[in-house]
Design a protein. Structure first.
Length: 152
């Protein structure tokens, strides 16, 4: 059954993110477009139709920062649900597949919808106003990367 043409069908949007490390530093971007303009985040964005999540994570990392990396593994899947401050209604719902990665090449250059890309040391993370889930993902990704480094 199809919905009438004037019906808005709301569905979660699949998206990807990558916590990429070079030594102890993590690569972050500052968003340049709404709805999160000015906010710091791990690089990421919407998954394209037919794209595997791991491929999308590496694509978004490169598009937003110019960096190439090796994925270590999936950190977690996170719901990012945005609601109206006035009505409390859900306006957007992203399902984020967040990966851990190790830097291979390139210097951070903001691209796509990022207005800044930078390697951030662990002691600077708390001062950036990051979403609590982003901080949790970075910490978990750091653990995966350190475990991977010990194996290699």
């Amino acid at each position: 059954m199809t919905a009438p043409a004037d019906t808005i069908i709301q569905r979660p949007v699949p998206a990807v993110g990558t916590a990429c490390f070079r030594g102890d530093d993590v690569l972050l971007i500052r968003r340049g477009t709404k709805p999160l303009a000015g906010d710091w985040s791990i690089p990421g964005g919407r998954l394209e139709f037919g794209e595997r999540t791991a491929d999308g994570a590496l694509r978004e990392l490169h598009e937003e920062t110019g960096i190439t990396a090796r994925l270590v593994g999936l950190v977690d899947v996170v719901d990012a649900i945005f609601t109206s401050r006035q009505s409390g209604e859900t306006h957007r719902h992203y399902v984020l597949f967040d990966y851990a990665a190790i830097w291979e090449a390139g210097d951070p250059v903001a691209g796509d919808d990022a207005d800044h890309a930078e390697w951030i040391s662990p002691d600077r993370l708390d001062g950036l106003g990051l979403w609590s889930e982003t901080l949790r993902i970075i910490a978990a990704a750091r653990t995966l990367v350190k475990a991977d480094s010990r194996i290699a």
